[in-house]
Design a protein around this ligand. Structure first.
Ligand code: AMP
Ligand code: ZN
Length: 471
């Protein structure tokens, strides 16, 4: 296939054409969420843009295998290996066990992804599933002399690498040497940037999850999980590694240090980083306490698609500032767009020439460092184009494989939800199901649920009663 997909590679600091290890195939890894709280819409900006990357690569013909971890152990409050495990913090906050917290927020994360049309990666693996793999990697790093034991913990020795600061330019490297001056020193570390591979002793005694290891009972460091989980599912070579820009240092820097020392060769050629969503006070973060979630936006009446469109209208490499004013404008623009699309008829034959030329323009925009706002402009241009509705509709359906904005279905959902006849039918069915449940006729109750589902109506039993939604 023709290679023309380009994006900014943080490793080389250049926009580059991707050349995968295996022709036509992309091995892609995404750092997953730390599941101690809801994902905020900043986190979800990263996952939306990574979703577009995956879908754009598929759109231009690549066969993508995408892996993501779930961080359910080892991510401490400070990226410099100090503070409390974030999971434990979540468990204490909610008086639950760490595993309960992990399950609850993993489910909440995928619910949010579903609302935002973010595809679930092909493989999702929680860190706590892979303890033997982590131990093995740490053992090899010790054997090869890249790690040392001090004060009960195992550390990676960054002085063993000729170039630890792989993502930085020469002048940035000079600055970075002093960057950690404000961080509480860990006296066990030989070098300031050495990082923990395995903890047995930490500053707190009540770590909930612990495992046997050759170095005593303990738990893994955060960075090791991404190296091991990606290698477990993608092998020794990876094409694209993604994350938010805050992951560049130290997380991705440390992932490269340990992975390449373990493997003895280069590991991943392309690094894709999404810039932050900020609010007026700066970067949105979970530790700030009061943060915005998709559910909160929904409660305020915004369709999650409006937030997706807000993200797509801006370039992934630029910081993006959130405001309700901009979201209101986006909401109006989205409403108008889907209305216009809903007015298109399906009659006539698709004009193949027009289809091909628009498809090429759309794919060029994606291949050009993922210019998603240009991709949306192409949708507007198409609506104004002098061609028949059937061609327009076919193209918009095709584009929505990447944009995933429900462009051809949103309007029909809206009109369905206000259809009084349909609503009366649903309410009657819900009532009938209630009666069936009262009479303990669960087979009938289930059959009613299925009947509604077949018509695209999902029902959910909540404390407040039965709620229904159009799928
Ligand atoms: P976490 O759950 O904290 O491990 O973060 C999950 C993902 O969200 C990572 O890829 C982070 O780099 C990314 N991220 C964190 N904060 C933001 C933000 N304000 N804007 C965009 N991405 C973010
Ligand atoms: Zn990671």
């Amino acid at each position: 296939m023709e290679n023309k997909f380009q994006f900014y590679n943080t490793l080389t600091r250049k926009v580059e054409t991707i050349i995968p290890h295996e022709e036509g195939k992309i091995a892609m890894y995404t750092c997953g969420p730390t599941v101690y709280h809801y994902a905020h819409i900043g986190n979800l900006r990263s996952y939306i843009m990574e979703d577009v990357l995956e879908k754009a690569l598929r759109y231009v013909g690549y066969d993508v295998k995408r892996v993501m971890n779930i961080t359910d152990v080892g991510h401490l409050s400070s990226d410099a290996d100090t503070g409390e495990d974030k999971m434990l913090k979540g468990a204490k906050r909610e008086h639950k066990t760490v595993m309960e917290i992990a399950q609850f927020y993993t489910d909440a994360f995928f619910d949010d992804c579903k609302k935002l049309n973010i595809k679930t990666p092909d493989v999702v693996e929680p860190a706590t599933n892979c303890i033997p793999e982590f131990i093995h990697m740490v053992e090899v790093l010790l054997e090869k002399g890249f790690a040392y034991v001090a004060g009960g913990n195992v550390y990676f020795d960054t002085s063993r690498l000729p170039d630890y600061y792989v993502f930085s330019s020469q002048s940035e490297k000079e600055l970075l040497v002093g960057v950690r001056d404000d961080v509480e020193e860990d006296a066990n570390k030989k070098n300031k940037n050495d990082f923990v591979l395995w903890f047995t002793k930490s500053k707190f005694e009540d770590q909930a999850l612990k495992w046997e290891s050759p170095w005593g009972v303990g738990y893994p460091g955060w960075h090791i999980e991404c190296s091991c989980i990606s290698m477990k599912h993608l092998g020794e070579y990876m094409d694209i590694h993604c994350g938010g820009v805050d992951n560049i240092f130290p997380h991705h820097t440390n992932e490269i240090a340990q992975s390449e020392s373990y493997l003895g060769h280069k590991w991943c050629n392309y690094w894709f980083h999404v810039n932050h969503l900020n609010d007026k006070s700066g970067k949105m973060s979970k530790s700030k306490g009061d943060f915005l979630t998709v559910s909160l936006l929904q409660e305020k009446g915004y369709d999650p698609m409006v937030y997706r469109m807000f993200c797509l209208q801006s370039h992934y490499r630029k910081p993006l500032e959130f405001s309700y004013e901009v979201l209101d404008n986006m909401s109006a623009a989205y409403g108008k767009l889907v209305k216009k699309i809903a007015e298109l008829g399906e009659d006539g034959a698709v004009n193949e020439q027009c289809f091909a030329s628009y498809r090429e323009r759309f794919s060029d925009a994606l291949c050009n460092d993922m210019n998603t706002s240009m991709a949306i402009t192409i949708v507007y241009d198409l609506l104004k184009e002098d061609t028949n509705d059937a061609t327009k509709l076919a193209l918009i359906k095709d584009f929505d494989r990447v944009l995933s904005l429900n462009l051809t279905t949103a309007q029909s959902k809206e009109s369905q939800s206000v259809d009084a006849e349909l609503e009366a039918y649903i309410l009657a069915k819900i009532e009938e199901r209630k009666e069936a449940k009262k009479a303990k006729d669960f087979a009938k109750a289930d059959a009613i649920r299925e009947e509604l589902l077949a018509k695209g109506i999902a029902i959910k039993d909540t404390r407040e009663g039965v709620v229904w939604s159009v799928q």
